[in-house]
Design a protein. Structure first.
Length: 190
């Protein structure tokens, strides 16, 4: 069941992609698509807040804001992509009285995830200027991966851009854009 957000003011158009800022850690920094909007409410596809143990009900409990994406810039001339991070970390312990000498393990956190794109250098492209500005601002944005089958994956990310091109002999000059993931991705089918 999709989450329904109450809007204190303004509207979010159906189909709009928005970044969620919420007191509920489970959805804070997530990306959602608005599927329906009525006076003062918007439905957020792919966001489930029905578990009262995680999403404590009550007035103001999940208060926050929605920031709708109003502009997309296509990243073209991407020659490679790599994802790193996400490895599960563990806490290990053992009791002195345990005669089996068996260590126990509990999962703790997962390492931060990073998506790195290598792009052929071209300062005339719109993405070059956009990435320079985003690098300076260092703010949370939405990165969209449009898949060949029409589906889209949305990532809440902090962008970083190395505007200096590489200068490797017999290769195209290239730039590196790094996107540090700030939350779970959201996928929507076509």
């Amino acid at each position: 069941m999709p989450a329904v957000a109450t809007l204190a003011s303004g509207t979010v158009a159906a189909g709009a992609i928005a970044l969620i800022n919420s007191n509920w850690a489970g959805i804070d920094g997530r990306v959602a698509r608005a599927s329906g909007s009525t006076a003062g409410e918007v439905t957020l596809d792919g966001i489930d807040t029905t578990d009262d143990d995680i999403y404590t009900p009550g007035t103001g409990a999940g208060a926050g804001s929605l920031l709708a994406v109003d502009t997309w810039v296509q990243l073209s001339q991407v020659t490679s992509s790599a994802k790193s991070g996400g490895e599960q970390q563990f806490y290990n312990w053992q009791y002195l009285e345990d005669r089996t000498r068996t260590q126990k393990q509990r999962p703790t956190f997962k390492n931060a995830k990073v998506l790195t794109l290598t792009l052929d250098y071209d300062p005339a492209k719109a993405w070059y200027t956009a990435l320079e500005k985003l690098d300076e601002k260092a703010e949370l944005i939405v990165l969209r991966a449009a898949l060949p089958n029409g589906a889209s994956i949305y990532y809440p990310v902090y962008p970083s851009f190395d505007a200096d091109p590489s200068l490797t002999m017999n290769e195209n000059m290239q730039n590196t854009a790094t996107f540090s993931m700030a939350g779970k991705f959201t996928r929507y089918e076509a």
